[in-house]
Each structure stands twice: as structure tokens, then as C-alpha cells.
Design a protein around this ligand. Structure first.
Ligand code: GLU
Ligand code: MG
Length: 450
């Protein structure tokens, strides 16, 4: 889309406000809005924001990062291709933004620019990544005293949950379609009020942008139904967690050949695919600081929760962090994909997808192999067996995940010094802030913000 296309579409639809959105280091979707009369000039020169926004944690506590204080400015420059008229908010459109310095370069702490740099790295290796998030979320009502109560107590995949969920899901699906996002499957999930609606894969930048639109859309439509939707990783202590598994596949640059596919392998996975998985597993203990990015995430990542708790991989193994997904009959090569289970929607999707792919590329560059595929629940193995297979427990807190991220030089190299430092500082501050408060405070804050 050109700038002119955007202006024309906005005018035709009677748009008056345009949201310029970004995702911060705390995983929160934020932005500023422009009146449509100024859209053309704002697309060109952006909307200014303080660099301090990337030093803000999910409690709006500003962290002391020298480059991110009261002095200075970055510009939110929207991507014309990301323009969408919001089907759930009359006369409003949204655009997804890069953070650009006043010298017109991508800011070193800009998550969307980071993801673009990883896409270029992959392309330089002849690889185009396709991906999608597969989100679970909780639908709840708010009581008069401010508590969140799930809208159903339905069993996993139970038709009772469908009766309650269908009307909301139908509206969510049309709103997604109107924004160019193709719904795939829907079902009531295991937890009370928990629902899962999957969407089709797209290119990597599109997958991150779609995750932002998806979170926005689900929340907004639920509100129109008098409900609250939450992507909190563990909304209620006694209920299943909300995962946001990442499905991905690797393609040649023409998008013709699925590079994960090898019909002669036992699991139909190519050597390149094994190497990519090996890179992810090798860096996974630090990677989860980016893919399972909140304090609440670590209530979800437990053994026997189908969320993954170990650095294992296996065919259709839903307790393994990396699952080799079985293919669809009649469409084997095109449907070959892998899934990262250690992922939830409290992540900044640009950072999570960028770091995931960078880790996989690292595996390819080094020619690593992931070892033996695990065909049982890793929690059912003895400590010795896990040790022999090189299977390690994932961090059990955000603090431990950030430790692992700092201990692995790959992350600073990949993210760059400023993004790495600001991210780890923000995450450490969240870990410290929630450590001082009770469980109730943690649950309500994550419920409301994600
Ligand atoms: N709710 C599980 C999670 O936290 C996933 C269940 C499933 O889809 O297998 O990731
Ligand atoms: Mg699920």
C-alpha cells in the first residue's frame, strides 16, 4: 500500500482517528493517535514519543536506563501496509509502527525493526519463515467487587462451552477477517472460560503484527459482549494456562519449497529442520525470557500442564517444548511445521518471533543436532534419563529466565546492547515488583493488562 492508498481508504471509510501502535518491553500494546486530517504528514514524519516508554514496565514504573529518560525523542513511523480499519471501533483505524530516530534510522531499541533485521538474516541464508500464533484466552465477567469470573465451567472441547462461546467467537472471527486475518479452528479449551481460536500462518512480520491485532480484537469484541477477555498466561491458579504456541515453517525465497520437509526422514523433518530445532533448544532457557515474558508466565510453564516444562522435542509430543506437528493428508509438504509450546501472549511478539528465528538460524549456522526425539512425556522420565538425553528443566521464574538470558552471549549479540539491556532491566524490575506483592495482585494485574 502506498501512502495515497491509505489516505483514500481512510477517507472512504470516514475514519477520524488513527492509532499508531507499538509493543513495549513489558509486552504491553501502546500508542498515540492522530486525527485523520493529519494522517498524510504523520505517516511521513511520525508521531513523537519519549524513548522512556521502552523503559516502562507493565506496572508503569519507569526504569533507570540512561538512553530512555526525559530527554530525547523517537518517532512512531507507521507501516502503510499495516493500515486496518477497525471493525470493532467505528471511525477508527490502526497502524503498526517502527520506532525511528531523528536521524531517520531504526532506533536500536525498536522491537519491530529488530524483527525486520532477523528477517533479513534469514533471507540472506535463503530462508523465508512463515508463522502464526495459536492463542488461548479466557472469557470472564467482572463482579461488582472487581473480581474476574470465567463465563463457563465447560469441559475441554465440550459442546456446552460452544453454546456460550459461539456468539462471541463469531463476532471475533468476522472482525479478524475484516482485518485480513483468516480464522482456522475454534474450540472451548480445558480451563474454565478458556477458548482457543487459531488463525492461518503468514510471513514473519505479518505474524507479529497479527498477534497485536488479534489481542486488540479479542479484547474489544469481548467488551462489546459485556465480557473481559484475557490472555494472561495463568488467569486462575487452579485452571489451565493460556498458551500462545508459535507454529512455524521454513521456505525457500520463492515460497515454493518447504525446507522443513524430507519425505525420507522418520518424522519427515529435514536436516535443516533438525538444525533449526537444535538452535531453539540450545537457547531455550534464555529464550523463554522473551517468549514467556511475564512473572505470571511461570505459573503456566509446569510439568504435566501441556505447556512444556523441559527443553525436549518430539513428534506430536504436546509436553515437548518443540513439537514436530503431523502433516495434513493430501497436503503433506505444505503443512509440515513445528510448534514452540513455551510461548504465551504476555510476550512482545516482535521480540519473541525475532529471537526464536535467530536461535533457529544459529542452529543452522553451527550445524547443531537436537539429539534424540522424545516420544514420552519428559516429566515421566527419571532425572538420570533426562540427563542422558540432554533434557533440562525450563526456568521456574521470570528472574531465572532473565539469568539464563544473561548467561547466554547469544542474546546480547542478537538483540543488540540497548535492546538487551533495556529488556532485561524492565523484566528484572517486574520480577522484583511482583515479588513484594501477593498472588492476587499478580493475577489481577496480568488478567487486566494482557
Ligand atoms: N493450555 C495449554 C498451554 O498452556 C495448551 C493445551 C494444548 O493446546 O495442548 O499451553
Ligand atoms: Mg490449545
Amino acid at each position: 500500500m502506498t501512502i495515497e492508498d491509505v489516505i483514500q481508504q481512510a477517507e472512504k471509510a470516514g475514519v477520524e482517528l488513527v492509532e499508531f501502535l507499538f509493543v513495549d518491553n513489558g509486552g504491553i500494546i501502546r500508542g498515540k493517535l492522530t486525527h485523520a486530517d493529519h494522517l498524510r504528514s504523520r505517516i511521513i514524519s511520525g508521531i513523537g514519543i519519549t524513548p522512556a516508554m521502552m523503559a516502562m514496565n507493565m506496572l508503569d514504573q519507569l526504569q533507570p536506563i540512561p538512553e530512555m529518560g526525559p530527554v530525547g525523542e523517537v518517532r512512531l513511523i507507521p507501516d502503510p501496509d499495516s493500515f486496518r480499519i477497525l471493525p470493532y471501533s467505528p471511525r477508527v483505524a490502526s497502524m503498526l509502527c517502527d520506532q525511528i530516530t531523528l536521524t531517520r534510522e531504526p532506533w536500536a531499541a525498536c522491537p519491530r525493526s529488530f524483527l525486520k533485521s532477523v528477517i533479513r538474516q534469514a533471507e540472506a541464508m535463503g530462508i523465508r519463515v512463515m508463522a502464526t500464533y495459536e492463542d488461548e484466552f479466557t472469557l470472564a465477567r467482572v463482579t461488582e467487587d472487581g473480581r474476574y469470573v470465567p463465563i463457563d465451567k465447560s469441559l475441554c472441547f465440550s459442546s456446552i462451552g460452544m453454546d456460550v462461546g459461539n456468539p462471541v467467537i463469531l463476532d471475533i472471527m468476522s472482525a479478524l477477517k475484516a482485518q485480513g486475518i483468516q480464522p482456522e479452528q475454534y474450540y472451548p479449551e480445558l480451563g474454565h472460560g478458556q477458548h482457543e481460536l487459531s488463525i492461518s500462518p503468514t510471513d514473519l512480520l505479518g505474524a507479529a503484527d497479527n498477534q497485536v491485532r488479534y489481542r486488540e480484537t479479542v479484547r474489544a469484541i469481548a467488551r462489546q459482549h459485556g465480557l473481559v477477555a484475557s490472555f494472561a498466561p495463568k488467569p486462575f491458579v487452579d485452571q489451565a494456562g493460556n498458551g500462545a504456541h508459535i507454529h512455524f515453517s521454513l521456505w525457500d525465497l520463492d515460497g515454493e519449497r518447504n525446507l522443513l520437509w524430507d519425505p525420507n526422514d522418520r518424522f519427515r523433518l529435514s536436516e535443516l529442520g533438525y538444525q533449526f530445532a537444535a538452535g531453539i533448544l540450545r537457547h531455550l532457557r534464555g529464550l523463554v525470557a522473551l517468549t514467556c515474558a511475564s512473572v505470571n508466565s511461570y505459573r503456566r510453564l509446569n510439568p504435566r500442564s501441556w505447556s512444556s516444562a523441559y527443553t525436549a522435542f518430539g513428534p506430536d509430543n504436546r509436553e515437548a517444548a518443540v513439537r514436530i506437528a503431523s502433516t495434513f493428508w493430501g497436503n503433506e509438504e505444505r503443512s509440515m511445521n513445528m510448534e514452540l509450546k513455551s510461548s504465551d501472549s504476555s510476550a512482545n511478539p516482535y521480540l519473541a518471533l525475532g529471537a526464536l528465528v535467530a536461535a533457529g538460524l544459529d542452529g543452522i549456522r553451527n550445524g547443531w543436532h537436537p539429539g534424540t526425539a522424545v516420544e514420552v512425556d519428559p516429566a515421566s522420565l527419571s532425572d538420570d534419563e533426562r540427563k542422558r538425553l540432554g533434557i533440562v528443566r525450563l526456568p521456574s521464574s521470570l528472574g531465572e529466565a532473565v539469568d539464563a538470558m544473561e548467561a547466554d552471549p547469544f542474546f546480547k549479540e542478537t538483540l543488540g546492547e540497548l535492546l538487551f539491556r533495556s529488556y532485561t532491566t524492565v523484566k528484572r524490575s517486574e520480577f522484583a515488583a511482583f515479588a513484594e506483592r501477593d498472588t492476587e495482585f499478580e493475577l489481577t494485574n496480568h488478567f487486566y493488562k494482557f
